[in-house]
Design a protein around this ligand. Structure first.
Ligand SMILES: *[C@@H]1O[C@H](CO)[C@@H](O)[C@H](O)[C@H]1NC(C)=O
Ligand SMILES: *[C@@H]1O[C@H](CO)[C@@H](O)[C@H](O)[C@H]1NC(C)=O
Ligand SMILES: *[C@@H]1O[C@H](CO)[C@@H](O)[C@H](O)[C@H]1NC(C)=O
Ligand SMILES: *[C@@H]1O[C@H](CO)[C@@H](O)[C@H](O)[C@H]1NC(C)=O
Ligand SMILES: *[C@@H]1O[C@H](CO)[C@@H](O)[C@H](O)[C@H]1NC(C)=O
Ligand SMILES: *[C@@H]1O[C@H](CO)[C@@H](O)[C@H](O)[C@H]1NC(C)=O
Ligand SMILES: *[C@@H]1O[C@H](CO)[C@@H](O)[C@H](O)[C@H]1NC(C)=O
Ligand SMILES: *[C@@H]1O[C@H](CO)[C@@H](O)[C@H](O)[C@H]1NC(C)=O
Ligand SMILES: *[C@@H]1O[C@H](CO)[C@@H](O)[C@H](O)[C@H]1NC(C)=O
Ligand SMILES: *[C@@H]1O[C@H](CO)[C@@H](O)[C@H](O)[C@H]1NC(C)=O
Ligand SMILES: [Cu+2]
Length: 579
C-alpha cells in the first residue's frame, strides 16, 4: 500500500459515516459532536501536585487540599464552554481531569478533599436507585482507584459529603484521607464514588491521575521519562447540547421504574485530557503513555495508523515481567495500559490513534464516524532535538507470583440482570450481584493476608470490568459455560450460585489471560457467558507483607462492576477483611 493510501481510506470511511451522524443529529437536534473538527486542540497536560516534600535532604509526607468546584470548561475550540465539576486546589486552577498527584513509594500523602459544588446537580439524578436522596447539595466522596489504603480513607460509597460538610452519609467520618503509598510503584487514578451518583459525578468531570514513583526503579529501567516523554492520557466520551452543556439522556430506558437511569452512557465525542479529539506534536523517538479508560461505559480498543505499535510495560498499577508488543491496546472501563510508542517507526509525519470497540462491548453498536478516532500524533520529520537515550529493557519487574495456595478459599459470584416482578417490564430493573443489593449484609469476608480464588460468572450479554478495592487481582482464565441461560434460570430461582451446577457447566472453551495483562491488576474483563477465575490477593504484592494498617476496620471495602451506570444500579457489593 502506498504511503497515505491507508489514511485516504480512513478519511473516506469518515466522510461516509459523517452522513449517518448527521441523521442522528436530526433526531436530537441539539447535539453537536458530529460537527466538531477533529484534531483542532492541542492535548492538554494536567497540573502536577507533588504528594511529598523535601526537608533536610530527605523526602517527607505532604498534606494537600483538593476541592471539587463547578466551573466552565471548553472541551473543544468550536464548542461553547460546558459547566463541569472539576478537582483543583482552587476554582481557577481546577481542571478536567483534575491535577495529577505524584507520590513517592513509602512516603505518605494526606489529602483533605473539600466539596464546593452547587445546590443542585448538572445531570439527571435518579432517586429510585440506591442513592443519596437529598435536595440540597451534591454528595461526593473520593476513591483512589488501585490504592492500598485503610477503609476510612477508601472513599466508601456512603461516606459522601456535600458542600461545607453540610450533609454527610452514614459512614462519613473525616475530611482528610491518608494514602500510605506502601504499595508498588505504578499508575492509579482518583474519582468520585458516591452511592448512586458515581456515573453522574464522573461524567461531570470528577476524575484525576495519581502516580506512585520509585526513582531508583525508574532509573534502573530507563524507560522514556520526564515531563515531555512520560505522559498521562485520560480517555472518555461525552455528548453535548449545542449550548455546550453536557448531554445525558434525561429519560430512563425503563421510566416507570427508574425515571432517569439508563443502563449505559455512551457519548458521541471522544475526549482525551479534557479536549475532544486533540493532537500532540511529538519528536521522532520513544514516549511513555499511561492510558486510563475513564469513560462511564465505553471500552476502547486502540490502534495506531502508519506502522506504529504499542510496547506494554505495565497494566493498571503493576509492571509486566517483560515488555509485550501488540498492535492494539484493549481497555475496559477503569483499566490502565502503560505503553511505549516509538515514533521513529512512523511512516510519514502523522499517526492517528483509532478505536474500534463496539458499544456496549462486545455485541453492541459498531463504531462509525468520529467515534473511530481518539487523537492524532503529529510526528516531527527530522531526528529528535536530543538523542533518545531511553531504553526498553528485556525484563521489567517481578512481583509475588500468582499461585493458588493449597485448600484455597473459593468464592462464587454471579452477575445477572435482575427483574423486579411487581411490574410487567421486559427490561432488567437492577443489575444485582448474586441477587443482592449494596445494602444487604456483607457475604465476602477474606482473611487479611490471604490469597483467594474468586470464580465470577457473567450471565449477562455484556462484558463487565470487575474491580476490587484494596486487593490485587489477576485473571487465571475464563471458561465458557455449557448453558448460560440454564444457569441464569437457576440463579433467578435460587439466588445463590453455589446452589447451581457450575462444575457441570464447564466446557473446553477457554480464554487465557493475554500476555499484556499477566500481572497484578485493579480491574479485569469478564467475558459474557463465561466463568472467570480470579486470584485475589489481600496483602502487598511486591513483598507479600501484610497491610501496615487496620484493613479490617469498618466500614470495609467494595467490589463492583466499573461500568458506572451498572455500579450505580447496583452491581456493587461491600466486602470486609477479617483478622
Ligand atoms: C427522596 O426524597 C424525597 C423528598 O424527601 C421523597 O419524596 C422521595 O420519596 C425520596 N425517594 C426515595 C426513592 O426514597
Ligand atoms: C448549609 O446548611 C445551612 C443550613 O441549612 C444553609 O443555610 C447553608 O446555605 C448550607 N450551605 C451550603 C454551602 O449548602
Ligand atoms: C442547554 O440546552 C439544554 C437543552 O436545550 C437545556 O436543557 C439547558 O438548560 C441549557 N443549558 C444552559 C446552561 O443554558
Ligand atoms: C515499521 O516498523 C517496524 C518496527 O516495528 C520497522 O522495523 C520498519 O522499518 C517500519 N517500516 C517502515 C516503512 O518504516
Ligand atoms: C501539527 O498539527 C497541527 C494541527 O493539525 C498543525 O497546525 C501543526 O502545524 C502541526 N505541527 C507540526 C509540528 O507538524
Ligand atoms: C488441605 O485439606 C485437607 C483435607 O481437609 C487436609 O488434610 C490438609 O492438611 C490441608 N492442607 C493444608 C496445607 O492445609
Ligand atoms: C420477570 O419478568 C420478566 C420480564 O417480563 C420475565 O421475563 C421473567 O420471566 C419474570 N420472572 C419471573 C421469575 O417471573
Ligand atoms: C482455568 O482455571 C481454573 C482455576 O484455576 C482451573 O481449574 C482450570 O483447569 C483452568 N483451565 C485451563 C484450561 O487451564
Ligand atoms: C439450556 O437450558 C435450557 C433450560 O433453561 C434448555 O431449554 C435448553 O435446551 C438448554 N440448551 C442446551 C443447548 O442444552
Ligand atoms: C448448568 O447449570 C444449570 C443450573 O444449575 C443446570 O440446570 C444445568 O444442568 C447445568 N449444566 C448444563 C450442561 O447445562
Ligand atoms: Cu457491568
Amino acid at each position: 500500500m502506498k504511503e497515505g493510501t491507508l489514511f485516504f481510506v480512513v478519511c473516506l470511511i469518515f466522510v461516509i459515516s459523517f452522513k449517518a451522524h448527521a441523521q442522528i443529529s436530526q433526531v436530537v437536534p441539539s447535539r453537536v459532536a458530529a460537527d466538531l473538527e477533529l484534531f483542532a486542540d492541542e492535548l492538554p497536560r494536567m497540573p502536577k501536585l507533588l504528594g511529598y516534600s523535601m526537608g533536610y535532604g530527605e523526602f517527607k509526607p505532604r498534606h494537600l487540599t483538593i476541592g471539587m468546584y463547578d466551573k466552565q470548561w471548553k472541551f473543544h475550540r468550536d464548542l461553547l464552554a460546558s459547566t463541569v465539576f472539576a478537582y483543583g486546589t482552587c476554582r481557577e486552577t481546577a481542571t478536567v481531569p483534575g491535577p495529577t498527584i505524584e507520590a513517592l513509594q513509602g512516603i505518605p500523602t494526606y489529602v483533605t478533599w473539600t466539596n464546593h459544588l452547587p445546590q443542585s446537580h448538572i445531570l439527571p439524578w435518579d432517586r429510585t436507585i440506591p442513592v443519596a436522596n437529598f435536595s440540597s447539595g451534591v454528595p461526593a466522596v473520593v476513591h483512589l482507584h488501585g490504592g492500598v489504603q485503610d477503609p476510612l480513607s477508601d472513599g466508601h460509597a456512603f461516606a459522601w459529603f456535600t458542600n461545607d460538610f453540610n450533609l454527610t452519609g452514614k459512614t462519613w467520618t473525616k475530611p482528610t484521607y491518608t494514602y500510605p503509598n506502601v504499595q508498588h510503584a505504578g499508575n492509579l487514578w482518583y474519582h468520585d464514588h458516591a452511592v448512586g451518583l458515581t456515573r453522574l459525578n464522573l461524567l461531570a468531570g470528577l476524575i484525576g491521575g495519581y502516580v506512585i514513583r520509585n526513582p531508583t526503579l525508574e532509573a534502573t529501567l530507563n524507560l522514556p521519562s520526564g515531563r515531555e516523554f512520560d505522559r498521562l492520557l485520560f480517555l472518555f466520551d461525552k455528548s453535548f447540547y449545542s449550548n455546550g452543556s453536557i448531554y445525558m439522556d434525561p429519560v430512563g430506558n425503563n421510566p416507570d421504574i427508574h425515571p432517569q437511569w439508563n443502563p449505559e452512557y455512551f457519548g458521541d465525542a471522544i475526549i482525551v485530557n479534557g479536549k475532544a479529539w486533540p493532537y500532540l506534536n511529538v519528536q521522532r523517538r520513544k514516549y511513555r503513555f499511561r492510558i486510563v479508560n475513564a469513560a462511564n461505559a465505553r471500552y476502547f480498543r486502540l490502534s495506531l495508523t502508519n506502522n506504529l505499535t504499542f510496547v506494554h510495560v505495565g497494566s493498571d498499577s503493576s509492571y509486566l515481567s517483560a515488555p509485550v508488543e501488540t498492535s492494539t491496546v484493549f481497555l475496559s472501563v477503569s483499566e490502565i495500559a502503560d505503553v511505549i510508542i516509538d515514533f521513529t517507526h512512523c511512516i510519514g509525519t502523522e499517526s492517528v490513534m483509532t478505536n474500534d470497540a463496539p458499544y456496549p462491548y462486545p455485541t453492541g453498536t459498531l463504531i462509525s464516524g468520529g467515534l473511530g478516532f481518539v487523537m492524532k500524533f503529529n510526528v516531527s520529520a527530522g531526528s529528535p532535538v536530543r538523542p533518545d537515550t531511553s531504553t526498553i529493557p528485556t525484563t521489567l519487574v517481578n512481583y509475588v507470583p500468582a499461585t493458588l495456595p493449597v485448600n484455597v478459599t473459593t468464592r462464587t459470584i454471579a452477575l445477572y440482570e435482575y427483574y423486579k416482578n411487581n411490574s410487567d417490564t421486559t427490561k432488567p430493573t437492577h443489575l444485582y450481584i448474586n441477587g443482592l443489593s449494596p445494602d444487604d449484609p456483607v457475604t465476602e469476608t477474606p482473611k487479611t493476608g490471604s490469597t483467594e480464588l474468586w470464580q465470577v460468572i457473567n450471565l449477562t450479554p455484556d462484558n463487565h470490568p470487575l474491580h476490587l478495592h484494596l486487593a490485587s487481582i489477576q485473571m487465571i482464565n475464563s471458561t465458557a459455560l455449557a448453558n448460560s441461560s440454564a444457569f441464569t434460570e437457576c440463579m433467578k430461582a435460587l439466588g445463590d450460585p453455589n446452589k447451581c451446577d457450575l462444575k457441570g457447566n464447564l466446557t473446553d472453551t477457554v480464554i487465557f489471560t493475554p500476555p499484556e495483562e499477566q500481572t497484578w491488576k485493579s480491574a479485569l474483563k469478564l467475558e459474557p457467558g463465561y466463568v472467570t477465575y480470579v486470584i485475589a490477593k489481600f496483602n502487598l504484592v511486591e513483598t507479600g507483607a501484610p497491610y501496615p494498617f487496620d484493613a479490617t476496620a469498618e466500614p470495609g471495602y467494595y467490589y463492583h462492576c466499573h461500568i458506572l451506570d451498572h455500579e450505580d444500579n447496583a452491581m456493587i457489593r461491600p466486602w470486609k477483611l477479617v483478622p
